[in-house]
Design a protein around this ligand. Structure first.
Ligand code: ZN
Length: 181
């Protein structure tokens, strides 16, 4: 019989450096379409949705943002029929189920949109970019399993070093000699 060492206890950090190289199809300069602006109003103003991860409703200084589930810049490389299949699996607001098999022709279609915060708060510290673009917090900064798990994290539990990253980026909180003169 062989004894094995007890597994380490306590929280531990796993660190992964991800280098992502994406071939983005040629596309015209981006500007918010009428469809996008209309859908933003629908989701945020008329439906009153909050951030899909943390539920926050944003503020004047840090308003809610609308994320494209399938990236706007990649749209021309995607097969709309396959996009629709995916959106039938990930249908956070039920729009895809409601629309059935109606073709999706634009990344700005409401079925492809998700409301996220542009700033969230951990232990009183604002995390700039929030669950959209925030370092160690946003969908554009984390891998899917870690980003998604934030939505289900137990109260008071941080799954990433977003707080540490935010403090490091904030001269007022970086500590002596690290920040502001
Ligand atoms: Zn959020």
């Amino acid at each position: 019989m062989t004894e094995t060492a007890a597994p380490p206890s306590g929280d531990h950090e796993t660190k992964r450096t991800l280098v992502e190289e994406v071939i983005v199809p040629d596309h015209p300069p981006r500007k918010a379409s009428h469809e996008f602006l209309t859908n933003r109003v629908l989701l945020i103003t008329r439906m009153g949705l909050g951030c899909w991860i943390c539920g926050s409703f944003g503020s004047k200084a840090a308003p809610l943002e609308v994320h494209h589930l399938h990236e706007w810049s990649l749209w021309d490389a995607l097969d709309p029929a396959k996009v629709l299949q995916t959106l039938h699996c990930f249908d956070p607001y039920g729009f895809t189920m409601k629309a059935g098999l109606a073709p999706i022709e634009s990344p700005d279609d409401v079925r492809n949109l998700l409301v996220l915060c542009s700033s969230c708060e951990l232990e009183g510290q604002a995390i700039a970019g929030g669950h959209h673009r925030g370092v160690d917090a946003g969908i554009h900064a984390l891998t899917w399993p870690i980003w998604l798990a934030q939505r289900a994290a137990r109260a008071g539990v941080s799954l990433t070093e977003a707080l540490t990253s935010a403090k490091a980026a904030d001269p007022a909180l970086a500590g002596p000699g690290k920040g502001a003169p």
